[in-house]
Design a protein around this ligand. Sequence first.
Ligand code: ADP
Ligand code: MG
Length: 694
Amino acid sequence: MKTSHALTQSVATLTGVGTHTVGRLRKLGIHVVQDLIFHLPLRYEDRTHVHAIGALTAGMTALICGKVELVDVLSKGRKSLICRVSDGTGFMTLKFFHFSADQHNIFKTGTWLSCFAEVRHGYAGLEMVHPEYRVIASPDSYIPENRLTPVYPLTEGLSQATLRKVMKQALNQVELLQDWIPDSILQRYQYPSLLEAIHTLHAPDESVSMLALQNGSLPALKRLAFEELLSHYLSLKKAKVAAKVWQAPSFSSPMLASSKEHFLRSLPFTLTGAQQRVIGEIEADCMSAQPMMRLVQGDVGSGKTVVSAYAALLALTAGYQVAVMAPTELLAEQHYRNFSAWFGGFQTQVLYLTGQLKGKARAATLQALADGSAGIIVGTHALFQDSVQFHKLGLIIIDEQHRFGVHQRMALRDKGQQAGLRPHQLVMTATPIPRTLAMLQYSDLDISIIDELPPNRKPIVTSVIPAERRDDVIARINHWVAKKRQGYWVCTLIEESEVLQCEAAEKTAELLIEALPDVRIALIHGRMKSAEKDAIMQAFKHHELDLLVATTVIEVGVDVPNSGLMIIENPERLGLSQLHQLRGRVGRGADDSYCLLMYQSPLSDTARQRLGILRDSNDGFVIAEKDLQLRGPGDVMGTRQTGQIHFKVADLARDADLLDIIQQVGEQFLIDSPHAIQPLCDRWLGASTDYAEV
Ligand code: ADP
Ligand code: MG
């Protein structure tokens, strides 16, 4: 008797699958029999109709039947076997560069052949090169196939024929698959059953439209994409539910009221309505004894830092420590400065830890964390090394989440865990991920959105100009600096090479220093020592410098309100969201600010359109939505930014409508079918499921 076990057995148990094939299949992410079933065709070939030769045009891939009229071996040039066939409507030349004497004998005049190949233009009309062919009795008795032929994604060393053979065996087990999607959902969205969907996609019959297969509108495809996206959603939700069984410290304290009042009074501004709302959400979380897992999403400049500082205030007042983690040293330093200033009046130390800190200073910092004399530690990844021990960690703040993957986020949380208590977690991101995508990426987190900028911000005026106008731009800097304002000049480079990027920035800085003798210019890039960067940033902040030439290291966090001009070289090389982040370094005060996108001509149509989006909008969400339409979600989120989600069937741009459906049914599914979650995750997330384990 077959059991569903057969589906989870290694592909090595299938006939004709040796170690080599196992290895090749593994490269395609196929380990067990079930993985094969979900390895869907890339495209299909149509052998279901015999085409009249006279109706063919070059470029078509077609099945024909023809009678051999002439056979010849040409030895001029490359030796080839030529066979001319006709079906009464036209002639087709079959061409073989590799052939045997046997073949020569088969192609006898008067023999009927069926042939399948792409049609090309040849010297003597249409031709097929190395077609698939078969000798047939007559065109009338010939029965074409009744299903489209699947063409599967392959990997080196694996042939279509081998894969089809192995696939056939896997598909024999297909009825063992359990359909976890309840009938009510299938009916509501008019999805086929799982088996029907699988059959349709591996062997579509004539009634299936090739177009619907290609554009993804076929219900069979939609159903599988739905199931896959639902599985990703459920895996994160499961993590969220499981996290609720943990206890967290409650930050309630008799000192809270006076502490809050003191903090808010010491700020040089009043909080926006959106900031106040989000602070309220955070406070409610932190007063409960369950770990907060909250994402604060807010456009650049919306004031997320002070919101996170408020959370830190709650922890400190209740006697807990706070870890603030940033993805870059520059940003960590900036937070360190901010937190030091805000919590200067508290009876605690604010410390700073990065990989650069060594020796005695490092030991002293670690000691202060372990004995609790430091209440706040700000740093980079270095914070979560084994040697870092906390006395009483109550809150983890992670800034610019998009730089860290889901896995990393979970690893961090585990580090902070002690005595059965888990710290609260606050994640801040400026990446304007469209709501639908956020649902897939962050469904284990509660989301707060700061959808309001501080008052009196003038919108940044953005222009798109060709690099030929560099001299004008340089003149403009002179003019700008004469008005006592500051600016950034950002160098980008197509390669992901930091070294090359820094070299380019060095060169640009030299040229600008020469061209602008009256402007105080400094260079800042990722390969400089942290003390050096710090000194330059301080000098810039105190207006001892006018222009910073920088690499994209200033993408995140830098905050100098007087710096209101940004020139971005080769903006066409960056994603729109990244450009928006960069641009967010200006427009931080009440004065005018400008961003000049200085592109290299010629610009492609799409690039021109994309830069136009940026010129016309200052709203990160609008930009991300438009970018999504233009480029698709993979690019918008960027692999670097997502912690990589790979889909087998789903395509987020094509299947965006499904995200709404999942939002509607996901929550209920979790309640109605808890037993289905693990098997669905096994089916669709396979080896990567462990990230959602708690
Ligand atoms: P981001 O959300 O991009 O991290 P920041 O927290 O760096 O933004 O804040 C941007 C700037 O706005 C900072 O100079 C900050 O001090 C200031 N700011 C924050 N909140 C307010 C507010 N309510 N009113 C005025 N300025 C504010
Ligand atoms: Mg920030």
